[in-house]
Design a protein around this ligand. Structure first.
Ligand SMILES: [Zn+2]
Length: 338
């Protein structure tokens, strides 16, 4: 009886999630404004990268670590690579045009040999993708809440709480516009803090943004829930891209924002090579839900109680537990060569 109920609930939940996805899609392309009959199913991490960590065509979401911590059977934690963290916000033309420099193996493997102009295009394209993906995640959260709690959303809206969501979207759109603008300028607008091509493939892939709330001394840089000081929140970009026996790791920030994250940059630069990769791995666990792991690494990480505890402790939009970045050495670094 219970199993039947569980099965029915699971199906209803899956239908509901599908409806949330449908309702989160805009009518007009977010980039060119063209009306869309059906938005492009854009991948955050290119499929040729995902194939490297997939086992039998499947990859695990970072969120799968929650399932073990909370015994949550309903959250979708594994997916086929065709639908792994896709977003549906832009038209097919924009998807094809805007990411043409980096969505090819040569861009990942030969990044260091490219000229500054080509490198700039790649870094900008990757950064634009991460912002689009975050917009989609926020849109889905908002849509889901509006569908589940329509009355409460009305009250929140009347109190001006929706403004926080709108501000967030506007902020990501402003980043995207600036990044698109970089593609037309001759200057190099990024500070690349880490660029390595490791001679092994990691079982983790990620393309993400991180707004550090704390530095490595544990001091708070800003309060993410205080929207009156949104200008203090600045993003760093982190890319972990395994391909053909190698892994490209890139960590960078827009030049004009480096003063906002100065203490993080200084502390990071003072770390040893090994510590830098270690710091980036723990950053991913603390700040990002949108990374992928191979099913076999997922099994392994799910048994690592320290990592699972860290992941669940920092699962909110506030700064709870995020000062743990100062203790990154306490955790195992799963980006290291096996
Ligand atoms: Zn478009």
């Amino acid at each position: 009886m219970f199993n039947k109920f569980k099965l029915e609930f699971k199906k209803d939940w899956s239908d509901f999630c599908h409806q949330v996805e449908q309702n989160s899609q805009p009518e007009y392309c977010l980039l060119c404004g063209k009306k869309m009959t059906s938005p492009c199913n854009s991948h955050v991490v290119p499929q040729f990268i995902l194939k490297r960590i997939a086992e039998k065509g499947m990859v695990c979401y970072g969120q799968s670590l929650f399932r073990h911590a909370r015994n949550n059977d309903f959250a979708r934690t594994t997916t086929g690579i065709n639908n792994a963290f896709t977003f549906r916000l832009i038209c097919k033309d924009c998807d094809k045009l805007l990411f043409c420099h980096y969505e090819k193996p040569e861009a990942i493997l030969n990044y260091d040999e490219l000229n500054r102009e080509e490198q700039k295009q790649i870094l900008a394209e990757m950064a634009i993708k991460t912002h689009l993906s975050h917009i989609y995640t926020k849109a889905k959260t908002y849509t889901r809440n509006a569908m589940l709690y329509p009355d409460q959303m009305e009250i929140l809206h009347a109190c001006g709480r929706q403004t926080a969501y709108e501000l967030d979207i506007q902020e990501h759109m402003a980043y995207i516009q600036t990044l698109i603008g970089f593609q037309k300028t001759t200057s190099f607008p990024f500070v690349v803090l880490f660029d390595r091509l490791f001679n092994y493939e990691t079982d983790i892939a990620a393309q993400t943004i991180i707004a550090y709330t704390h530095d490595l001394k544990g001091d708070q840089l800003f309060d993410p829930l205080d929207f009156s000081h949104i200008e203090l929140m600045r993003y760093c970009y982190l890319m972990i891209l395994p391909y053909q026996g190698k892994t490209r790791v890139l960590f960078y920030v827009e030049k004009k924002f480096q003063s906002h994250v100065r203490s993080v940059i200084d502390d990071f630069n003072a770390l040893s090579e090994e510590e830098k990769l270690h710091f980036l791995f723990v950053s991913l666990v603390i700040y990002d839900e949108q990374f992928y792991i191979s099913p076999s690494l997922q099994e392994k990480m799910a048994k690592d109680r320290k990592i699972v505890k860290l992941y669940t402790k920092t699962d909110n939009s506030g700064s709870s537990g995020k000062n743990e970045i100062a203790n990154f050495r306490k955790y195992h670094n799963y980006l290291m060569k096996k």
